[in-house]
Design a protein around this ligand. Structure first.
Ligand code: ADP
Ligand code: MG
Length: 361
């Protein structure tokens, strides 16, 4: 008889919410998020700027430290609750079990310390190695992230390196202690396009090579394609669609996801296809709308959308979305038609582009 327990997920987030007390009242930046990440998988977390991706990533690790913030819910890492751990207990998890790479490498690097000193200190702190061994491992790590002449690079300051090089150094530090999970928060947003690809490929290679799992946070769905197993789309602090990447790209259910997809260039579209920038602005989180937060910008929105918060529902293909009128249904086609006939501005804006694709007639 097989008595082994089913595999515990590497990361299990349940009903995670984070609220800031601001002078304008409470601002819920992360609202009831659930997410499960299995060992070895990559999760893409996508959403426009201000949707709550960074607050979410930091909340999981108790990195939102200020007196005006409250996080509730549960974050289990290898079955162990993180949110009840003390700061001291978290110090043995940060950088060792779970590492982070941020958008701006300079937030992680100390500008007045040589690169080598920073790499060596990190290794010594977490792995307790001697100076010589730590230096050797540091050089090896810089080499593994394809930094040329790593010995010489140990003796320079961060400002003497290019942006891409600095991000490679941060990745080397993140990889130093054999973390099981890497949270990469917009790791390439501050870099040139060609360097972006190199860094994303490097992260992907290292993740596979070291059997790590990754949460790849980005505002750009194009970054996720081909790199994540699953995608979670965040809007106004909530997950509005969660699906395996293939399903999400082939059959999005939430109009916000569709709009994000239309805002990335695709090889399989005619060259003249117009890219959609989503009109309107995300809601004020200190004063959120009553119904679906995307309704004021949505081409398909009906009365119910404006008034009632849609629950997350699971579809036949396994994807989940929070939408009263999921795409691909007759109701969604009717809603679009109705809004077009009524000349609803956001629907017309989307229809200009929608008419160049086949599924909306
Ligand atoms: N320290 C803070 N105090 C108050 N509001 C904050 C704080 N940090 C972030 N926010 C708000 O939380 C929301 C989500 O921010 P963030 O997670 O940085 O978005 P993203 O990473 O998706 O661009 C934003 O509306 C932002 O203004
Ligand atoms: Mg962010």
């Amino acid at each position: 008889m097989n008595t082994s327990l089913p595999d515990t997920p590497l990361l299990e987030v349940e009903n995670l919410s984070t609220t800031f007390m601001t002078p304008r009242g409470p601002l819920t930046a992360v609202n009831g998020v659930n997410l499960t990440l299995q060992k070895g998988q990559t999760y893409g977390l996508v959403g426009e700027s201000g949707s709550g991706k960074t607050v979410f990533s930091r909340s999981m690790l108790q990195l939102n430290v200020s007196s005006n913030v409250q996080t509730t819910g549960s974050v289990k890492f290898q079955g162990e609750e993180l949110l009840t751990k003390t700061r001291k207990e978290m110090q043995s998890i940060w950088g060792k079990e779970i590492s982070m790479v941020f958008q701006d490498p300079m937030t992680s690097l100390n500008p007045v310390m040589k690169v080598g000193t920073q790499v060596i200190e990190h290794i010594r702190h977490h792995l307790g190695l001697g100076k010589k061994e730590a230096r050797e491992l540091g050089i090896e790590l810089l080499r593994s992230v394809q930094i040329p002449e790593p010995e010489a690079r140990m003796d320079v300051y961060p400002h003497e390196c290019s942006g891409g090089m600095r991000q490679r150094i941060c990745i080397a530090i993140a990889l130093a202690c054999g973390s099981k999970l890497l949270i990469a928060d917009e790791p390439t947003t501050a870099l040139d396009v060609t360097v972006q690809h190199q860094i994303l490929n490097l992260l992907d290679f290292q993740r596979r090579d070291r059997d790590m799992s990754m949460v790849l946070v980005t505002h750009d769905l194009g970054v996720i394609a081909g790199r994540a197993d699953h995608v979670a789309v965040m809007y106004a602090g909530r997950l509005v669609e969660v699906a395996d990447t293939k399903t999400l790209f082939a059959a999005p259910k939430m109009p916000y996801t569709e709009a994000l997809l239309r805002s990335i260039p695709r090889m399989d579209q005619p060259a003249h296809t117009r890219l959609l920038s989503i009109s309107g602005r995300p809601p004020d989180l200190a004063n959120p709308p009553k119904g679906c937060a995307f309704a004021p910008r949505c081409a398909y929105a009906q009365e119910q959308c404006e008034n009632e918060q849609p629950p997350i529902t699971t579809h036949a293909d396994g994807s989940q979305s929070a939408c009263w009128i999921p795409l691909g249904t007759p109701a969604s086609r009717d809603a679009l038609q109705k809004n077009l006939s009524a000349g609803r501005p956001q629907t017309l804006a989307m229809h200009n582009v929608a008419s160049t694709t086949s599924e909306v007639k």
